[in-house]
Design a protein. Structure first.
Length: 223
């Protein structure tokens, strides 16, 4: 099977910039109390429904979000397309398991996860591929399992041919919360919460609004 072009571009880009990216965004959670509040709320919701459940972060990058959720008491592991990012995450957060993986083809049995986190990772997925990705999230979550997605708000695509002094081909897609919520509904999720916040003043990210959505896998008719 031929790999979609966006996967290769994303993998190669983050392999090239992994170390610089990790250093630049190391303190993102420290500088954003609202992001920490969203993650804490998500952790409490998941733990309440599945006290011993396992979680997965897709597109885990240098691992700081998975490590934060681990500190909140969740049994979480991370996957990322970039082997360089996985290596960094393993060195920096040895108490969390990280592996190379693709969010569109997860190495997890159906219904095996209590929660799934896509923290600024669906921004690299072309719109035509998002329904299949959300269907895959739905497949691996247990009934009543929860999903957290975060992304930049907008309609445009920010393309980089160069980042941190390296040649790359990376697309950062802005998304509308209502459009993402509609796709999640079609995939079988019920929306639990939406937060749209202003950009954090100290963040190194582009100064545009940021969104976080929490959704729950909808019970089956039999359930």
């Amino acid at each position: 099977m031929i790999e979609p072009a966006h996967l290769g571009h994303t993998r190669d880009g983050y392999d090239a910039i992994a170390r610089s990216y990790a250093e630049t965004f190391r303190s993102e959670l420290d500088d954003s109390p609202l992001d920490r509040a969203v993650l804490a709320g998500f952790a409490e919701i998941v733990a309440d429904r599945h006290p011993d459940g396992r979680l997965l972060e897709v597109g885990s990058g240098p691992g700081h979000v998975a490590a934060h959720l681990r500190e909140l008491g969740l049994a979480i592991r991370g996957i990322d397309l970039s082997a360089a990012m996985v290596d960094l995450a393993r060195r920096e957060h040895p108490d969390v398991a990280f592996d190379v993986g693709d969010m569109g083809a997860l190495d997890a049995p159906g219904g095996s996860l209590a929660g799934l986190v896509a923290w600024y990772s669906i921004i690299h997925v072309p719109p035509a591929h998002l329904p299949a990705v959300f269907a895959e999230f739905h497949r691996v979550l247990d009934e009543g399992g929860h999903l957290l997605v975060a992304f930049q708000v907008g309609d445009d695509v920010l393309h980089f041919d160069e980042a941190f002094g390296h040649r790359v081909s990376l697309d950062f897609r802005r998304l509308r919360p209502d459009a993402v919520a509609a796709l999640l509904d079609e995939a079988g999720f019920d929306l639990v919460a939406t937060l749209v916040r202003a950009p954090a003043p100290a963040s190194a990210a582009t100064k545009i609004p940021q969104a976080s959505l929490i959704a729950c896998k909808r019970p089956t008719a039999a359930g």
